[in-house]
Design a protein around this ligand. Sequence first.
Ligand code: HEM
Length: 510
Amino acid sequence: MSIAALSPTSFPGSISGLLQVASLLGLLLLLLKAVQLYLHRQWLLKALQQFPCPPSHWFFGHKHEFQIDQELEKLVKWAKEFPSACPRWLWGTKVVIVLYDPDYMKVILGRSDPKAHSTYRLLSPWIGYGLLLLNGQTWFQHRRTLTPAFHYDILKPYVAVMVNSVRVMLDKWEQLISQDSPLEIFQSVSLMTLDSIMKCAFSHQSGTQFDKNSHSYIQAIGDLNSLTFTRVRNIFHQNDTIYSLSSNGRLFKQACKLAHEHTDQVIKQRKSQLQDENELEKIKRKRHLDFLDILLFARMADGKSLSNKDLRAEVDTFMFEGHDTTASGISWTLYALAAHPEHQQKCREEVQSLLGDGSSITWEQLDQMPYTTMCIKEALRLYPPVPNVSRDLSKPVTFPDGRSLPKGITVSLSIYTLHHNPKVWPNPEVYDPSRFAPDATRHSHAFLPFSGGSRNCIGKQFAMNELKVAVALTLLRFELLPDPMRIPQPVARLVLKSKNGIYLRLRKLK
Ligand code: HEM
């Protein structure tokens, strides 16, 4: 190398040379990425040959088909046109196969494919890797550890706790309805279900329904619900760093912080209660522990207790799953009954003859309200609180009609579309509780509000109890009427919500 080449005057030359090399390398990498994406798209197109779908754009996929908040209606429309399943291109290289046929559901739910990584991972900064997001052996271990928290000996005394939480909500409603103006119920039902899960699963006794922090937590959960839902569908928000710099990413971080403050507080309080000898003695005498106590005392397969991170993930998971889903189920059921006074009255008569003035409800009585249960199930069919779940195929699958999909494809089990599929449910939009009459028959996988198979909802029994308690006590106290000016419009989120809230007119019964 000549001395001249090292002289300061040659630096600009060498810098621009370096820049040229770097740009060339950059271009090459971009080209390689483009080729890789192209090949992946070609592979997807080939893999989905047997599954027709509406035309899609090479880059934007089916974005043009889906107006904001029209996703549920659109998928039901597709179900009428494309039998059993239909590919939905989120963008050029991302496709999910939407399933809405009971035979297809049965095949997938009978396997043990992991949760769809690209979707569920977006929930992890919020609810961590708890039961909902875990897969494989760790999931199995956690599920086995937590199953006793839903033993019927544990659930039985919760009925009285639920009764109290519902009463607080109904008392509040009584105060609010004096002017006969419609009431938005989703918010207060959420506070009630949060109150109840806090007391039942977390031994937390504060007045959640009047507490400012609980309002902030509910608000944060609402934001996280919407933000995660929109992020899944946005190609530009898949990268964590880019997302964290966006306004939605900042909102997400803020809402996570709020939600975590709430759950940290609950863990901290219970841990400090357990420093007290008396409280420890009480626990030792219990045959079955509450959910949080199981976690605090759990020993995993390696003999170690749960790490703080794992503990927080389970608390965040159950705090969210345990209140938002039931709030959706209860609010939509009350709306369905308001919109169908004949069924409402039949339920009321059943509940009145069983419970009298409703001063108490026992566990046994929850099984003695068949008509009310039919009405609740029909509401869960029309308005399933979890509209959709998804899986990544860990091995190829062949469906009963002979069509198949290779390993690596993401399938989205659209519970909402299944429940609104006219090939499965005649006149699906009609609210008809007789579909769930004891002698009615249906496909084993036609009704899946709690999903199915090994990853079904662990809180199913808890949720059904809460639904029955809430519906029964509400009907004993109020006549429910819809607000004709604000008919709720279901919109898909992680949990089914109404775009314009759920407004009801309530009349106190004499
Ligand atoms: C009406 C109320 C409820 C509905 C409709 C519902 C529905 C569901 C569905 C569809 C799944 C499957 C999710 C998936 O595969 O990604 C699920 C899972 C789960 N649910 Fe629920 N749920 C309800 C209430 C509850 C309650 C009250 C709790 C807790 C107290 C709970 C805790 C969970 C957990 C932890 C999972 C994950 C289970 C696992 O993967 O092992 N859910 N739920």
